[in-house]
Write a protein that binds this ligand. Structure first.
Ligand code: ATP
Ligand code: MG
Length: 443
């Protein structure tokens, strides 16, 4: 690549900011992820700007600004086409806590600002006047598909341990290898990830999971990172499953299932954790076959604990637990079985459950695999028919409400719910019963 000739198509707002800063005598560039993504032909999510101007000077140039991170030199500038973060060139001071610098200082020098960035592919700047400023071989690393720390990997991870997670996350998003020295430093320093908050670790884990390469969780484990925030995953990697349905360890099965699953956050979290209790539940019978009886329920329980540890929101936790609880249900494809499954799982999560089940089968052995997939396809088709026909599968689909029952003489209280459940059971067997008259008659 000839760096001088690269032209990046910058959005109008960012272009105006760069020009206005220059016209006021300040150097300014787009920087970081947006340069990387543009060079890869991807549309950047946001366009960050770096400048020699101090925050006060940035604010003097633009009408509408917000002090987002003044202490760190960041001002958000509001333009017609969106918001842009404009950050003063800075160097980060000493890191005593493996998380953030004790202080930052502004610098007049672009090279100082690029030096503080995590990886070579993230440490490039661009302006129309200067072209791509690539001081650490970011372009070459992109060509060789390598994630490499800027400077000495050990010191950089010592400053901010989250960068170790980011290395694996970018490797998953970009499909790049982590450079040998960078990987060695992660292996050595992985225990220091414990200084980082679970929220920040989780954000990186999720980005990795929904990337094109969720198999990079294997790297998280190999490099000692899951040991810090998800040791249960390492146990899966070590648990063999001698059973005709399986050809992999629990961990490798999970990885294969992740790769076969839809790129959806809830689905991938559920697939990641669907067998998490297997290492604890393993028994081996007289023939030497391994069994994991009761693992779905226990896995759901453990997933709940893990996701709480990772500070997931309650709704995510509930949905992932629901999917894990039912992942091994294996319904028949007749209308009653499918409606019963829908009643257990709920309308909203059922299509996700089918995706989890598909991924699970894809990660198993070839034994009965075709039959399992055919059955699943039939179940999905039957569910599509049930949905289109509007057949009842939840309490709220019933032709009667709690008040109807009370009006008909049912004692207000828990009895109402029990009766509704009972009626739902009836209409799941026979949807034609779902009229007010029929149901009240059956009370
Ligand atoms: P994306 O936004 O697609 O996740 P990105 O590269 O833009 O990727 P951000 O977290 O938005 O990542 O950070 C923007 C830039 O800031 C990065 O490209 C990198 O140069 C720098 N950066 C972010 N986090 C760190 C960090 N922990 N250590 C060093 N530099 C970082
Ligand atoms: Mg970004």
């Amino acid at each position: 690549m000839n760096t001088d000739r690269m032209i990046i198509d910058i959005p109008a707002g960012a272009e105006q900011i760069l020009r206005a800063l220059r016209d006021s005598g300040h150097e300014a560039y787009i920087v970081g992820g947006c340069v990387r993504d543009s060079l890869l032909g991807k549309t950047p999510a946001d366009w960050d700007i770096t400048t020699a101007a101090r925050p006060e000077q940035v604010k003097a140039v633009f009408h509408k600004t917000v002090d987002t991170g003044i202490k760190h030199g960041t001002v958000t500038v509001l333009m017609k086409d969106g918001k842009y973060e404009v950050t003063t060139f800075r160097t980060d001071g000493v890191y005593t806590d493996h998380r953030h610098p004790d202080e930052v200082s502004f610098s007049p020098d672009l090279s100082e600002d690029l030096k503080r960035r995590d990886f070579t592919v993230n440490a490039m700047a661009y302006s129309e006047e200067s072209g791509v400023v690539d001081l650490f071989g970011g372009m070459a690393d992109m060509e060789n598909r390598v994630i490499r720390a800027v400077g000495d990997p050990g010191s950089r991870f010592g400053e901010d341990a989250l960068r170790m997670m980011r290395a694996v996350r970018f490797s998953a998003q970009l499909g790049y290898e982590i450079d040998g020295d960078t990987a060695d430093a992660i292996k050595e320093l992985s225990p220091t990830l414990s200084a980082v908050s679970y929220e920040r670790i989780r954000d990186e884990l999720e980005k990795l999971l929904v990337s094109d390469h969720p198999e990079c969780v294997r790297e998280l484990s190999r490099l000692g990172l899951t040991a810090v925030f998800l040791p249960e995953f390492d146990s899966m990697m070590e648990t063999a499953q001698n059973n005709p349905h399986h050809r992999y360890t629990v961990g490798e099965h999970t990885i294969a299932a992740l790769c076969a699953s839809e790129r959806d956050r809830i689905i991938r979290l559920a697939v990641l954790l669907h067998d998490i209790a297997k290492p604890l539940m393993k028994t081996t019978d007289a023939e030497g076959i391994d069994h994991f009886r009761g693992h779905p329920k226990k896995s759901a329980e453990m997933a709940g604990e893990i996701l709480r540890r990772l500070k997931e929101d309650n709704r995510t936790i509930a949905r992932v637990k629901n999917l894990i609880t039912w992942h091994d249900l294996r319904p028949e494809s007749d209308p009653v079985s499918v409606r019963k499954t829908a009643a257990k799982v709920g309308r909203e999560d059922l299509p996700l459950l089918f995706d989890v089940m598909y991924a699970d089968v894809m990660g198993q052995s070839e034994y009965l695999q075709k039959e399992k997939l055919t059955r699943l396809r039939e179940v999905r088709a039957e569910w599509a028919r049930i949905e289109a026909a509007g057949e009842p599968v939840e309490i709220r689909d019933l032709a009667v409400t709690g008040s109807d029952l009370i009006a008909a003489g049912v004692e207000p209280g828990p009895m109402v719910g029990e009766k509704l459940e009972r009626l739902l059971g009836r209409v799941i067997e026979d949807p034609s019963l779902n009229t007010k008259e029929e149901l009240l008659e059956r009370l």
